[in-house]
Design a protein around this ligand. Structure first.
Ligand code: EPZ
Length: 430
């Protein structure tokens, strides 16, 4: 089993280049299959979730040609099946974007129903509500979602919860529907806007993405285009907090600073200096990390995908902080692991009380999910001594060359698979 070993206590210093946004890429790959013409997608992150979705679409007969590590050509004219089995969904929930994409394209889709996951129960009732409103029949049986429509018709749809996935899925289904669709209470995340921008480039007529009302006028046909995916806001935020927690100084390049405003403002409250440039942010940490309170919210609020990273950083602050997780109910599992490194934490329902300690002490910890795993790596980088992080398969779902990028910033981190490699690492870093 692969693990990260980290010898902590060194500030991260230098520059890091951020890749394409994983969560935008997943929806964009699904949207790309809605035309039979060739699509060229650039700035795709080379991470497990993205590669799994590319494999899932290939299994339906769609041609996927990798041009280089971050560029693929997709041609869906050869599609012969509109089915995605549980094998994919259980590894990567976002395969459910193929429901909206296939339904919009062909009026049919059969996709396994995603279950709960490591961060909480994750229903898809709002996706289904949207498809039904557009005139599709949706049935759930034997763990599959079956959806069919002879014809989709534009509708006025009100989302009961703000959902990134449902907003994107229903938007995809509506672009080729007859007439006018309005999605109210839509998610405003940058990746919702990115998918809308690409669909518009393909000939769709979507207005208002990035606000809570998305308006879609159905068109007859979509065509091929070239599209470059936006930078990953969460990867960037992870490096920004890693800089703060290790008292480092890091220039985070290839970002859209506007997408990072909630993260930047919390870091400033915690004492870091953050300078914003056109496509970079520079984080200079302060020696003393100040405590603060934070509540996760849909964009432009503080992202739930950054909650573990701010949590581990607040654990090293000079006071007591309250963190409220309002999106996913079981996203505090990493705090039990952090307590094993000496953190002073108390969890009550969706609220965590984190009292800063002067330092963490290295320990063997397990990544409970993707972002929590990245956060435990940050804790290890800041900690005194050696930390081993298990479960790096989660981290690799969403971070490309994570250890390599950290090493370039001066971190002592390596991937090890056995005791001998752990001993060798310790011998080398002494
Ligand atoms: C996306 O998940 C991201 N995943 C998640 O990132 C992210 O944490 C989440 O948005 C919130 O920002 C992808 O983009 C692939 P939601 P998604 O639908 O779309 C409830 C990561 O680490 N809800 O916005 O599945 C839901 O339970 C991942 O990269 C319903 O009740 O999230 C949650 O409480 C993890 N019914 C809230 O809405 C529905 O039909 C927001 O979920 C849909 C959602």
């Amino acid at each position: 089993m692969e693990q990260y070993i980290i010898s902590g206590g060194k500030p991260l210093i230098g520059e890091v280049e951020i890749g394409g946004a994983k969560n935008a890429a997943l929806a964009i790959i699904a949207a790309a299959v809605m035309t039979d013409e060739e699509m060229l997608l650039e700035n795709l992150p080379d991470v497990k979730d993205v590669n799994l979705l590319l494999q899932a679409i290939q299994d339906t007969g769609i041609k996927v040609e990798r041009i280089d590590r971050h560029t693929v050509k997709i041609n869906a004219s050869t599609i012969h099946s509109y089915r995605v089995d549980y094998e994919y969904i259980k590894k990567m929930r976002a395969s459910y974007y193929l429901l909206g994409a296939f339904l919009g394209k062909a009026g049919k889709a059969e996709v396994a129903l995603p279950g709960g996951c490591d961060i909480g129960s994750r229903p898809i009732d709002q996706h289904i509500k949207g498809f039904r409103a557009l005139g599709a029949d949706v049935e759930i049986s034997n763990g599959m979602v079956y959806t069919y429509a002879d014809h989709l018709y534009g509708q006025h749809i009100y989302m009961d919860v703000v959902s990134v996935g449902a907003s994107i899925n229903v938007m995809m289904a509506a672009v080729l529907a007859d007439g006018y669709t309005i999605i109210e209470n839509a998610a405003k995340e940058p990746h919702v806007v990115d998918v809308a921008n690409m669909l518009n480039r393909m000939g769709a007529n979507i207005r208002g993405a990035g606000t809570d009302v998305i308006r879609i006028r159905g068109v007859e046909k979509l065509h091929g285009c070239e599209y470059s995916i936006i930078p990953d806001q969460i990867e960037a935020g992870t490096f920004m907090f890693a800089a703060a927690a290790t008292r480092g100084n890091v220039l985070v390049r290839n970002v859209i600073p506007k997408h990072l405003e909630a993260i930047t403002s919390k870091l400033r409250e915690m004492g870091s200096t953050v300078m914003e440039y056109d496509d970079a942010v520079h984080v200079i940490a302060s020696d003393v990390i100040k405590s603060t309170h934070v509540k996760t919210l849909p964009y432009p609020g503080f992202p739930t995908d950054m909650q573990p990273q701010i949590g581990v950083t607040l654990g090293l602050s000079s006071g007591t902080s309250i963190v409220i997780e309002s999106i996913f109910e079981t996203r505090f599992k990493y705090l039990d692991e952090l307590a094993r490194m000496g953190a002073d934490v108390k969890v009550e329902g969706n609220l965590a009380i984190i009292t800063g300690v002067p330092e963490y002490k290295g320990a063997e910890v397990s990544a409970p999910d993707l972002r929590a795993g990245a956060a435990l790596v940050i804790a290890g980088l800041a900690a005194k001594g050696y930390t081993i992080v298990d479960g790096i398969k989660y981290i690799l779902r969403g971070y490309e060359r994570f250890d390599e990028k950290l090493r370039a910033l001066g971190a002592n981190i390596a991937v090890v698979t056995n005791e001998r490699e752990i001993i060798e690492f310790k011998y080398k870093v002494v």
